[in-house]
Design a protein around this ligand. Sequence first.
Ligand code: GLY
Ligand code: MN
Ligand code: MN
Length: 465
Amino acid sequence: MSTIYQKRRAAVARTLKAAGGGVALLPTAPELPRNRDSDFPYRHDSYFYYLTGFDEPQSWLVIEANGRSTLFCRPKDLEREIWDGFRMGPKAAPAALGVDAAFSVDLLGDKMPTLLENQNALWFPFATHKGLETQVDGWLAKVRARIRLGAQCPQSQHDLCKLLDEMRLFKDAHEMAILRRAGKISAGAHVRAMQTSAAMLRAGAKDGLKGGLREYHLEAELLHEFRRHGSQFPAYTSIVAAGANACVLHYRAGNAPLLPGELCLIDAGCEWGGYASDITRTFPVDGKFTPAQRVLYEIVLEAQYAAVKVTRPGKRFTDPHDAATRVLAQGMLDTGLLSKAKHGKVDDVLASGAYRQFYMHRTGHWMGMDVHDCGDYTEPGSKPREEKDAQGQTVMRKPSRILRPGMVTTVEPGIYVRPAKGVPKEFWNIGIRIEDDALVTAKGCELLTRGVPVEADEIEALMRG
Ligand code: GLY
Ligand code: MN
Ligand code: MN
């Protein structure tokens, strides 16, 4: 029985064959030094893992149109294994990974020209691995040097990413199960952070909290919960933003105090089994929304519900954004964030883009192995047409992607109010985002991350408990 990785490799081989034959090559990610003698935690390349399930560094995969696959990996080395740990080694790889052949990565330079010789076309990931193009040129030069002996050099080069992006955009049952698990762990971490926030404030100095509750305390709770469930890493750097920090979109968890009466925005998700999750919740630090906070919170929540409703097959990727933006724009007019006298009605606000003062990002992105996952956001095969971009300039764009079962997108509307003239003071420095991960199903979508409450009343109840 072939593994999911063998099936995926076979699908790549079929595409190569249909395109007239050829060979695909794919390295994994490099190890990256952090500072002297210390590397960043190693993370494999997502494409490579997608086709192998193998997470050792210094590995390469070659797939030929006839279906044959070859792996290059680190050789067994007792000395290195004593220091750095187990290596699978090429001898064990065919049985463990289902590849047809495996060699030491030390032989890559010798074997690659032979693997490229007499192949019609070469597929490799463009502009993703530093120096890869130069390496490829070196191997092709070696093939070309043998032309007088009858060797053929590949006639064309293609971006392997494009082919794999389309495969990765549609999650199979195996991937869905992993994404559900990652979403569940992350939801639990958000619950833990909310509960800890209220509990630590209640316990206060009695519990040794002399410096007060700070952003890093909640980040520690998130990391603890991720790791104790076996998550290998956070899927991205966690945002834990106290009060006004929530209006900085790429804020990181820092050491700012979490003060009663303020909100805390947490955007954090774990990576589990090589797949991401991406959740944002915004909650009152002390467990009770103020009236101004609640008004804006309800608008963002309504926007999210509107977006989720149109996250279903047949809709376009941009439909959830448009639905959310309409609700947010109406809310901005209703609350006086945008003056009706100056900005008119909701359609005027949408046309002018005035809402961007308080909502400046998109409502979603593909999610999978990478938190901002690969996949075309426009419909393949469609013709470009005239559209207005964010600055009102006319640009030629293909129509947005049609949503289909198996795609996973986030749904993440928000409102961020920086102090400004004409903006009601009660809303100043409030930043709110609500984000969940949606798997498009046959009839609608499944929210993978709703294990953490989203209704204001539910959040208050959880934090009281
Ligand atoms: N956490 C990254 C994002 O929401 O896009
Ligand atoms: Mn996101
Ligand atoms: Mn996020």
